[in-house]
Design a protein around this ligand. Structure first.
Ligand SMILES: Cc1cc2nc3c(=O)[nH]c(=O)nc-3n(C[C@H](O)[C@H](O)[C@H](O)COP(=O)(O)OP(=O)(O)OC[C@H]3O[C@@H](n4cnc5c(N)ncnc54)[C@H](O)[C@@H]3O)c2cc1C
Length: 387
């Protein structure tokens, strides 16, 4: 039995977010793209409005000042987020990692609460030049020295690494144990001696926020900067991954693809060639029908898996399927969108080419398509296909 009934309160929230995205954020998209940043004066205005409406850090629990939404409700909100670009979502509604709930003692007041409030920005540093999909192959080390830890190593591709006030850094504390008790998370403040930002790495899409190298050279931090427990970093880091994948990848893809379909619907009705709207041609109709069907399939998958999470289950295989299918669906939808618009789709006068570029990374981060296929296949081989 699956029940997706949502409260009037959630319905109102989703409508509010949808209207906000359309009225306040979509008009800024081209400027963000051109400047490769959210213009600070405009950011100040939209962020303040979002905060006044209670739309910041909606994914976080209410007891720390977040929205306290159930996973299904958060996914419905994420669909609306998906109708604008990533830098605008991050800066306006907050990129607050659920994992921050592992903060304890004074870390809560120093990191968790101000981040939920929007006063501090956090980045999450796992990936290294030599360790991507195989995250436990990291070579950044942290060595205990009295009441402190000394970090050495280099991270790359770290979203917001250039501007973050602090980084959550995954480091090896026991080379032999690695993911099984040998990886620990550390909170490292910007400005700590030995911690520096390296190159900002230019990307094909997601212009408007930075991806940076982080360098640790004999960076000494206090023992109170350990996040969670020593040796438990892998579990803490990936423990909240299901919710993140369903929201950020699954539901946002549904929103982004719905926006593309809506643009295409108008174009198919309005654009005339050979004396008829192009929507009269069956080849265009096939593309529209396939887009609508795949969006519906993705949405059903997202909400089903989200509902299971809300029932206290951890449907990891299904979340892998959602991540895989949603990201690949988004690629197909963005591609068809450009085809339906022809030359206009390829031009920067329409948001489609940006969406096409931005959506490409969905198949790469948060586990590549190949890694998720591998996980799904392993599980099927071992346990059979469990619905
Ligand atoms: C825009 C962007 C933002 C990012 N933000 C962050 C961030 O904030 N923090 C962070 O830590 N990281 C971040 N990353 C890094 C991201 O998590 C990695 O790029 C991702 O995990 C893939 O690792 P990789 O790039 O090293 O590719 P690799 O792991 O080297 O993979 C290369 C290819 O090999 C394939 N492959 C690898 N292993 C297998 C296998 N066993 N079987 C079959 N195929 C395999 C992959 O699927 C892929 O096709 C970001 C990346 C991008 C592009």
């Amino acid at each position: 039995m699956v029940d997706f009934t949502i409260s009037d309160e959630t319905r109102l929230l989703v409508e509010t977010v949808g209207k906000f995205v359309k009225a306040e954020l979509q008009p800024l998209e081209s400027e963000v793209e051109e400047q490769s940043r959210v213009p600070p004066d405009k950011l100040k205005v939209v962020k303040a409005k979002a905060q006044a409406l209670g739309l910041y850090a909606l994914n976080m629990p209410a007891e720390v000042g977040g929205g306290g939404l159930a996973t299904v409700d958060m996914c419905l909100v994420e669909e609306e987020f998906g109708k604008t670009s990533d830098p605008l979502i991050r800066r306006t509604f907050g990129q607050v990692y659920e994992m921050l709930m592992a903060c304890k003692g004074e870390q809560r007041a120093k990191y968790l609460l101000p981040t939920v409030k929007g006063d501090r920005i956090c980045c999450m540093a796992i990936t290294e030049p030599g360790a991507g999909s195989d995250a436990q192959a990291i070579s950044t080390t942290a060595v205990r020295d009295g009441n402190s830890w000394v970090l050495n190593g280099r991270k790359h591709f770290i979203s917001d690494g250039d501007i973050a006030d602090y980084a959550i850094v995954m480091a090896l504390t026991d080379k032999d144990k690695r993911a099984r008790g040998g990886i620990t998370l550390f909170i490292v403040d910007k400005g700590t001696p030995g911690f520096s930002v390296g190159r900002v790495q230019h990307m094909m899409g997601h212009h408007g926020y930075g991806h940076a190298e982080l360098v640790f050279e004999n960076c000494r931090i206090g023992a109170d900067q350990v996040m969670g427990e020593v040796g438990d970093g892998f579990r803490t880091m990936f423990g909240t991954v299901s919710k993140v994948r369903l929201g950020h990848i699954g539901a946002r893809s549904v929103g982004m693809a719905s926006r593309v379909l809506e643009l295409c619907r108008h174009q198919a009705n309005e654009r005339k060639q050979f004396g008829k709207p192009i929507g009269d041609y069956q080849m265009i109709q096939k593309m529209l029908a396939d887009m609508a069907t795949e969006i519906y399939a993705t949405r059903s998958m997202v909400l089903n898996a989200a509902w299971e999470v809300d029932q206290g289950r951890d449907p990891r295989d299904k979340v892998s399927m959602v991540k895989l299918y949603a990201s690949e669906m988004m690629g197909r939808v963005a591609d068809r969108g450009i085809q339906i618009f022809g030359g206009m789709g390829f031009s920067t006068e329409m948001p489609l080419e940006r969406i096409y570029r931005d959506s490409r990374v969905l198949r790469i981060y948060d586990g590549t398509s190949e890694i998720h296929r591998m996980l799904i296949a392993r599980s099927v081989l071992k346990n059979g296909f469990v619905l």
